[in-house]
Design a protein around this ligand. Sequence first.
Ligand code: SF4
Length: 377
Amino acid sequence: MLQGRELAPFRKRLLGWFRQFRRDLPWRRTKDPYRIWLSEIMLQQTRVAAAIPYYERFLERFPDIQTLAAAPQEEVLRLWSGLGYYSRARNLQKAAQQIVAKHGGRFPRSAEEVLALPGIGEYTAAAVLSIAFGEKYAVLDGNVARVLARLGAIRGDLRASQRWQKLQETADKYLDPKSPGDWNQAMMELGATLCTPKSPQCLLCPVSQFCEGRKLGIAESLPEKRKKRATVEVTLAVAVFMDGNGSTFLLPPPVSTEVSISADHIPTLVSRMWHFPAVSVTGDPAAKLRVYLRKLLPGARNGDLRFAAAGKVRHAVTYRDITLLPFRVDVKKLPEVPGAKHVALAGVSSFTVSNLTRKVARAALAAAPHVPEERRE
Ligand code: SF4
């Protein structure tokens, strides 16, 4: 860890570099805590370039906390649609509602109050409080941890709790108390642009002279690899009904928020969005899907449940490797399912659905229509 007299020149070099070379990003042109908070939430799982158009569209529709709090959840999710990890959007709105109810619509300034809001952890609280209000909280996320690990030549799993705590202490110590917001952004910017996971650009780095990892020639190998969580493979059989007008139906988001994947449930995989009827399968997917559809459509006759495989779609979510097996069910008339919505199959993408559902819709559209058995030669 840098000590005493090294700290002032270290801060000066990093801040000077940041102020000269920082990227001009929409959320850097404001001190509005709502906008900074929104950007931090969007950037949690999304690259900067991909997040910008979403950020701008979202703010056009929800320019302040009050508007977001009062909006129908469906609309919030629609504007989030495509960014994935929809719990972020739900929590954002829940937090906005709490801010309206408990803080008169103004983003709170105390760390305790901010951390009590849904979807806001230590990192986001520190980012918003420092950037919007100049509070002295140092951010620590994977990006900043990597920079700190290289600067201090820290080996081992950075997420191990004691090591993470030490990194937080280091981040706190390095924080420039005169410009905490700029300092935090400078650390993030260094991690995002020069001290990147692969091939850090040490020759361009403003703080290379302070970097132990570079001096020891081990910067590139830091942080050391974490033990990977084993990948879980999941196969889902998905029924895509289609009538003669090209319409299909989607089932509503499950009511429970606690349901995890089990033999017959897929809710967490469809992110609690509108979705096609689907079932998790291990053996014969068509047989399992048929059993499931009989339960879903108790009035259906045998002839109504003829379907044809429509290819295979892969989708990865964190540690899950999902194989989707869409089956197209061509029918004269869509069955009536309580709570279901009828939509054009070609228009599913503009609806509030997950990427997983979009992929299935595309595969089903691309597949040839199912030819009922009685018309086969
Ligand atoms: Fe990262 Fe290289 Fe700069 Fe060290 S010198 S902080 S490894 S970019």
